[in-house]
Design a protein around this ligand. Structure first.
Ligand SMILES: Nc1ncnc2c1ncn2[C@@H]1O[C@H](COP(=O)(O)OP(=O)(O)O)[C@@H](O)[C@H]1O
Ligand SMILES: O=P(O)(O)OC[C@H](O)CO
Length: 500
């Protein structure tokens, strides 16, 4: 429509960055997407080039505007959702990153996490930040860069270096260095942010010896952070008015806004989040407490079970093992596999929730000379559903509330085999989100609400679509047998330790 206005969502995930235009009905008009390279300098290390992230972001923005012949002034505002925890440090004066972005999955900071654990700080850190000490979070990554780049600590102390998660880096770039800020959800993934007091925690900054000067200002998720300054928008200054970590954005995009509502986003990793309402609860069973969103002067919390390897296991079948040519064919391959009890435990970068074992490595168990490519593909896909069940079981045990609904989104949710198996192994009807892009939609909702594009959440509720439901078909005996064997496979994998 001629006078239609749009919200642009920039979703910077681990695998790719995309810019998507949504209209007032929350309908995707078009998108542009580019892959982001991952660099693996050593086993277990995962890095990316922050300049590539920015250049590709800029390029998908221009591309989607060009493709849809959209004049920039028709973009009412921009929302950003991003892979969380991934850490960039750059020089304030030159704007140049001083090291690659250390990606959330990376294990190069395991030793720093270990040292912090040895200081007996686990309880304090959990009560303050909601997190479990792990190299997953930004604090250890900042420390590592300050330790490994010549002169970095001194420059950080003199205020010459800035830290940001990817949202902050993109915001800084979009505003041509005018705004250095983040939102409460991203701040809550650094292990430096007090989620009760909603401020950077000086005690934790001291523990990690990180100067406060390098940290961004923390705002609500739905908030006008600043305005675009670059040529991409041909001089039109568009507000950037929504920011959330991608998992929180997807919770918002699903409108899972009432306590107990749960979603699973199957992207590079898989992240299950249950809304806790406006009071934090702290887990005894290995779940994280995280900020779900901050809006209209209030902050809401969630339990999260973070699974490090999901879509990236499927990617591994293609890129490393070269067992498959295209990922979309994996559902049919799995459906034609035999019933051998093969298990893949994809602990490529340790195991996240509820195990939190940084040093375990992955395994393939139960193979015979009847095991072929299809069986390995099937076991890999099944491992994602088993890991999800591990987390859901923990959530129901922790909250003593049975799961009554689960919405699934993210790239891997396109896989019908996995969706059917997920319903079976949980013994629960699950919904595949009407859009696999609820992350981007959530960022768009947050951005649109801040500028009055949508009046309130009720208005958004009216445009939300329902997705396809998958019902469980598996017998109880089969379900129990499979899950029991999975647990055995995890235990066996955890006991393997390489002798040096
Ligand atoms: N049909 C499919 N079956 C299984 N995995 C898939 C399928 N399509 C995409 N994927 C996986 O989804 C992941 C990308 O999902 P996406 O939500 O875009 O991730 P991210 O936000 O982490 O970049 C990739 O790891 C890819 O392997
Ligand atoms: O890239 P994704 O979508 O799997 O998300 C990564 C998470 O935000 C990491 O915590």
């Amino acid at each position: 429509m001629k006078n239609e206005q749009y919200i642009m969502a920039i979703d910077e995930g681990t695998t790719s960055v995309r810019a998507i235009l949504f209209n007032h009905q929350g309908k995707e008009i078009d998108r542009s997407q580019k892959e982001i390279k991952q660099v693996f300098p050593h086993p277990g290390w995962v890095e990316q080039d922050p300049n590539e992230i920015w250049n590709k972001t800029e390029s998908v923005i221009s591309d989607v505007l060009f493709k849809t012949e959209t004049q920039p002034y028709k973009v009412r505002s921009i929302g950003i959702s991003n892979q969380r925890e991934t850490t960039v440090i750059w020089n304030k004066r030159t704007g140049k990153p001083i090291y690659n972005a250390i990606v959330w999955q990376s294990k190069q900071t395991n030793d720093i996490a270990k040292q912090i654990k040895q200081h007996g700080l686990a309880d304090e850190i959990q009560q303050k930040t909601g997190l479990i000490i792990d190299s997953y979070f930004s604090a250890t990554k900042i420390r590592w860069i300050l330790d490994h780049v010549d002169g970095a600590q001194t420059l950080a102390e003199t205020g010459d270096l800035l830290f940001g998660t990817i949202d902050t880096w993109l915001l800084w770039k979009l505003t041509a260095g005018k705004v250095h800020a983040t939102d409460v959800t991203n701040a809550s993934r650094t292990m430096l942010f007090n989620i009760n007091k909603l401020e950077w925690d000086q005690d934790l900054l001291d523990v990690f010896n990180i100067p406060k000067k390098m940290l961004p200002k923390v705002e609500e998720s739905s908030h006008v952070y600043g305005y675009t300054q670059n040529f991409t928008f041909m001089g039109v200054q568009i507000p950037i008015s929504g920011i959330a970590g991608d998992q929180q954005a997807s919770l918002f995009g699903q409108l899972a806004l009432k306590p107990g509502m749960t979603k699973n986003t199957y992207g590079t990793g898989a992240f299950i989040m249950m809304n806790l309402g406006d009071k934090p609860k702290f887990s005894k069973l290995g779940l994280l407490t995280t900020i779900a969103y901050g809006i209209s002067g209030k902050v809401y919390y969630a339990f999260e079970g973070s699974i490090f390897i999901a879509g990236s296991a499927v990617q591994w079948l293609k890129d490393e093992l070269k067992l498959i040519e295209n990922i979309s064919g994996t559902a049919n391959m799995a459906k034609t596999a035999n019933d051998e009890p093969v298990f893949v435990v994809p602990a490529f970068t340790g195991l996240g929730a509820p195990y939190w074992n940084e040093s375990v490595r992955g395994s393939i168990l139960g193979i015979t000379n009847h095991t072929g490519i299809n069986e390995i593909v099937k076991a890999t896909l099944e491992s994602l559903a088993f890991q999800t069940k591990d987390v859901i079981n923990t959530m129901t045990e922790e909250t003593q509330v049975p799961l009554n609904s689960l919405v699934i989104d993210g790239g891997v949710s396109k896989n019908d085999f996995l969706m059917e198996f997920q319903a079976d192994i949980l013994n629960q009807a699950i919904e595949r989100s009407a859009t696999s892009e609820s992350t981007a939609l959530g960022a768009a909702f947050l951005a649109g609400l801040a500028v009055g594009f949508w009046k309130d959440v009720d208005e958004i509720d009216g445009i939300k679509q329902t997705g396809q439901t998958f019902e469980p078909q598996m017998s109880e005996i089969e379900r129990k047998r499979l899950y029991h064997n999975w647990q055995l496979a995890v235990r066996t994998t955890e006991t393997f330790e390489e002798k040096k």
